[in-house]
Ligand binder design. Structure first.
Ligand code: NAI
Length: 327
């Protein structure tokens, strides 16, 4: 029986994986802590580790798990910027992922955030619970007719484009590898930044995309632009974004991800003093909506994550390549 060690496990992860275990020759140990140098000792005796987005598989961790006999890193997410792939290659460990578990979950969350910030429904929810039916400060704007710039037209970006078209928005897009047959109006990154009323990020975090929204990029955007990031936090220089919001250049921001989220997201810090001034200040802004890396969290996505991860494990140990290998 294969022994799997899952990290950063929450109740909903465990429920989804347990529901998919029947008939599989595996045993999973569900660890709550993140996988890092501090917790790597827990991997002893396991064939495979199952990390999530904020587990840190740097070279030290990978060397340790290789010495312990771990053969497979079966990521239960799409992004893999948290894994040192060179170190994994050198250690002879295969890395697999779940490339697509529900692009709808993330694209729909991006639109939910956009609608919320534009129509102030988050404010209305709080006001009406206090029987405050005043509409002062609640003026929004129509999405219909606005130009939305989509960065990254892969699985999630394309679903988001379809949703935006349903709202009657004009869609332009930038992708480093544009799809020829997609019927999408591609423009340069510079043109996208300067023409868009709304910008939504759907590209991976790489060396090329790190801080793609920095002070220089922000200064070329339209005054009042709304920025939506459901991709990876480090696509945006958060301090530069905060400054652009403070000088009223950026109209609003919807952030499901944050560069330093690994220290906070997925945990309850209510009652604590948050040790991150930029995040605290962003959250305090009336025109910033933060969700804690929640975009993936639908029943359908959790079920697909569990079944694909377990299929990846089965196929790897059976010597079958299924296309979900990163290296
Ligand atoms: P995908 O691989 O289908 O599409 C990514 C697109 O980005 C591709 O079309 C690619 O050509 C493009 N791209 C690559 N480098 C680029 C660059 N330098 N500039 C512009 N475009 C570039 O990926 P998918 O499934 O659409 O996911 C996108 C991202 O969403 C993931 O990388 C991940 O970081 C994030 N994500 C966030 C989740 C959440 O819960 N918030 C859940 C799942 C994914």
């Amino acid at each position: 029986m294969l022994k799997l060690a899952m990290f950063d496990t929450k109740g909903y992860d465990r429920a989804a994986f347990e529901a998919r275990l029947a008939g599989r020759d595996v045993e999973i140990k569900f660890f709550e802590p993140n996988l890092s140098c501090d917790t790597v000792a827990l991997c002893a005796g396991y064939d495979c580790v199952i990390p999530f987005v904020n587990d840190r598989l740097d070279a030290d961790v990978i060397e340790c798990i290789a010495r312990m006999g771990v053969k497979l890193i079966a990521l239960r997410c799409a992004g893999y910027n948290n894994v040192d792939l060179d170190a994994a290659r050198a250690a002879g460990i295969t890395v697999m992922r779940v490339p697509a578990y529900s692009p709808y979950a993330i694209a729909e969350h991006a639109m939910a955030m956009l609608l919320t910030i534009v129509r102030r429904t988050h404010k209305a929810y709080i006001r009406t619970r206090d029987y405050n039916f005043s509409l002062n400060g609640m003026v929004g704007f129509d999405l219909h007719g606005k130009t939305v710039g989509v960065v990254g037209t892969g699985r999630i970006g394309r679903v988001f484009i379809d949703i935006c078209r349903g709202f009657g928005m004009h869609v332009i897009a930038y992708d480093a590898y544009p799809a020829a047959d997609a019927g999408i109006e591609y423009v340069s990154k510079e043109e996208l930044l300067s023409r868009s009323d709304i910008i939504s990020l759907h590209c991976p975090l790489t060396k090329d995309t790190y801080h793609m929204v920095d002070e220089a990029a922000l200064s070329t955007m339209k005054k009042g632009v709304v920025i939506v990031n459901t991709s990876r936090g480090a696509l945006i220089d958060a301090e530069a974004l905060l400054n652009a919001i403070k000088r009223r250049h950026v109209g609003a921001a919807c952030l499901d991800v944050y560069e330093e989220e690994g220290d906070f997201f997925f945990e309850d810090f209510s009652g604590h003093i948050l040790d991150d001034d930029v995040l605290s200040r962003l959250i305090s802004m009336p025109n910033v909506l933060v969700t804690g890396h929640q975009a993936f969290l639908t029943e359908e996505a959790l079920d697909n994550i569990a079944s694909t991860t377990l299929d990846n494990v089965r196929d790897f140990f059976a010597g079958v390549k299924n296309g979900n290998e990163i290296i």
